[in-house]
Design a protein around this ligand. Structure first.
Ligand code: UT7
Length: 328
């Protein structure tokens, strides 16, 4: 049976760098606090008028070049995002048009927050395996600066903007490509990380806007604990499924939320930090963009070679989690 393979990757981060020092002039925080609690030194912020779709298009164009195909070769587009350009329609339709894709391309958005790219990878892989689609484009893109409460120091220091993309196809070569995925969610923990207003249960009102209830709220400590547990379990489960030992993984690409979370997973899996790709210090948490951005940087810096095993592992609002195992 053919397997799903990644034919190319691309990423994009806006030019504007927001440093911890600059943030500490806006809220009561410090470079020392942010770096010691999260590992973040700076994040990127989209330009005024730059939407999630604009960043997604740039990442997608780079991925298409890397794959050596054009946008018209794609017949399936999945965009993982919690910050679509508009509440309606899906960002994928806007991106389809901007990329000049054919109108018989299936387009939809997927919301699994920071686990979105892994969820989208699994979904696209199943759709390609059905035989009804030939080439998939999976994008994780976020403009989190548009939903962050810039007066809330407990969250505004953590998030950033960016995009990453992967072009997917199929291969008959045995043992390579997406070997497996493991997805799940703790739906009983919705309130740990959410936006309480602006949806059907609490539509936007002048009062909700004044209280900035259309912005991200997070119980950081609780999320931290669950993130470590869920990512450790998601990694172990998929390794067990494939009868692999952690030591056989060439590179782990974890969701980039907090350096301390990544270090904890490294300890739990007894796998040294050198095997973990980390760029959280430069981008902060970019939610669904975090893993594809890191994956693209890892590939472009030569950290992934043919035959290597790569483990993606994610965790996010929902609380969702997911892992994916790829042989290159
Ligand atoms: O992508 C989705 C997944 N999200 C995550 O994985 C995030 C998970 N959580 C975290 O990364 C961490 O919990 C944080 C980085 C958000 C916070 O680190 P923490 O070590 O859990 O700190 P804390 O929330 O317990 O806060 C410690 C102290 C508090 O003061 P008191 O109560 O001890 O006096 C906070 O008010 O630090 C204070 N604090 C700050 N101080 C300076 C909170 N935010 C800031 C800040 N600057 N930005």
């Amino acid at each position: 049976m053919p397997s799903t393979v990644i034919l190319g990757t691309g990423s994009y981060a806006p030019d504007r760098v927001l440093t911890n020092a600059e943030l500490s002039t806006k809220v009561d925080t410090s470079d020392e606090w942010i770096r010691s609690r999260s590992g973040i030194r700076e994040r990127r912020i989209a330009a005024p008028g730059e939407a999630t779709s604009d960043m997604a298009v740039k990442a997608a164009q780079a991925a298409l070049v890397d794959a050596g195909i054009t946008a018209t070769d794609i017949d399936l587009l999945i965009v993982a995002t919690i910050t679509p350009d508009l509440p309606l329609p899906a960002a994928s339709c806007i991106i389809q048009h901007k990329l000049g894709m054919r109108t018989n391309t299936a387009c939809f958005d997927l919301n699994a927050a920071c686990s979105g790219f892994v969820y989208a990878l699994d979904t696209a892989s199943a759709m390609l395996a059905s035989g009804r689609y030939r080439r998939g484009l999976v994008i994780g893109a976020e403009k989190l600066s548009s939903i962050v409460d810039w007066q809330d120091r407990t969250t505004c220091v953590l998030f950033g903007d960016g995009a990453g993309a992967a072009v997917l196809g199929q291969s008959e070569q045995p043992g390579i490509g997406l070997l497996g995925t493991k997805l799940g969610a703790y739906g009983d923990c919705v309130d740990l990380l959410c936006i309480t207003h602006g949806g059907s249960s609490n539509p936007t009102t002048p009062e909700s806007i004044a209280a900035r209830n259309h912005c991200i709220r997070m119980k950081g400590k609780e999320v931290f604990k669950l993130a470590v547990r869920a990512m450790d379990e998601a990694a172990r489960d998929i390794l067990e499924q494939h009868q692999l030992h952690a030591d056989q993984i060439g590179l782990v690409i974890p969701h980039q939320a907090n350096l301390r979370i990544i270090e904890a997973i490294s300890q739990y899996l007894e796998l040294p930090m050198e095997r973990f790709f980390v760029n959280v210090e430069r981008y902060g948490n970019t939610s669904a963009a975090s893993i594809p951005l890191a994956l693209d940087e890892a590939r472009r810096t030569g950290l992934i070679k043919p035959g290597d095993l790569t483990l993606l592992v994610a965790f996010g609002a929902g609380l969702t989690y997911g892992s994916a195992l790829i042989r290159w």
